[in-house]
Design a protein around this ligand. Sequence first.
Ligand code: APR
Length: 308
Amino acid sequence: MRKKVSIIGSGNVGASAAQLLAHSGISDVVLFDVVDGIPQGKALDIAEACPLYNSSSSVKGTNSYSDTKDSDIVVITAGFPRKPGMSRDDLLHANADVVKTAATNIAKTSPDSIIIVVTNPMDVMAHLTWKTTEFSCRRVMGMGGVLDSARLRTFISYELNVSPEDIEAVVLGGHGDQMVPMPRFTTVKGISITELLKKTIIESLIQRTRNGGAEIVSLLKTGSAYYAPAAAAFQMVKSILLDEKRVLPCAAYLNGEYGMKDIYVGVPVILGKDGVERVIDLKLTKEEKLQFRESCSSVRKLIKKVIK
Ligand code: APR
């Protein structure tokens, strides 16, 4: 039986993720949007490239949730992207309505699915999706850390002139501005960057990573990043569909891990066929704990605004 992945929101991130999935051939893809024509047009365009990628994936665009029925994985990208000068949190209320509607429909049409939330502010939207669907927390997660760590790996590779493939980066906490980087666990072929780079350089790379989304928003002027966010979501989908059990930083529900309860926030997890199969509970230093707690408390403040 072919696997089915539905993507809610056929904008830049959603369509790019659909393209990666369809052209890799690992699943059939359904692209959903509220705007008539957009998902149908983009799906047809992606489908017409499948022969060129030797992919047998089917790609369908739709405005009806019934077409997403019995999806194995649903990726929520629906909502509004950031505009210049706008923080992710400005998007909070507008996107909360969109995500709530999507989650309600997914719970009805794909009650056994695993959901990956991309819409920002992502940690909060993941929490809201979990609450709305009442799914097991293992089956709801957010995409943020994979993107943040990919950005950090990119900037370290520029600085050291080494392949980003040989760099591993660990980030915790809320996505984006609230990210808590872990330089001592961030390595180049196993060597911590704390041994390879001066503290001031590490700080500047971290700062650039925190601003990674905003840097792209200010360059594009209209719209926000989508190639890397879509690639990050694709990596998560692949780890689940193929039961790869990759260790990836994702927004996951904490129930005592890292001393936190009842919150979705970025931590390293093992992603496999059951979703979040394990949260990896790293032992943090005093200073790291403090930063992590601060990040959690800003995420929690936003959660309280959308979940009464
Ligand atoms: N249901 C489904 N789709 C919706 C809904 C809804 N209720 N409301 C809006 N959409 C669709 C829009 O029609 C649009 O096609 O969501 C899509 C969003 O696409 P873009 O505006 O291109 O935004 P994108 O860059 O894809 O970002 C989407 O991902 O990374 C985050 O911050 C980003 O929250 C934003 C999300």
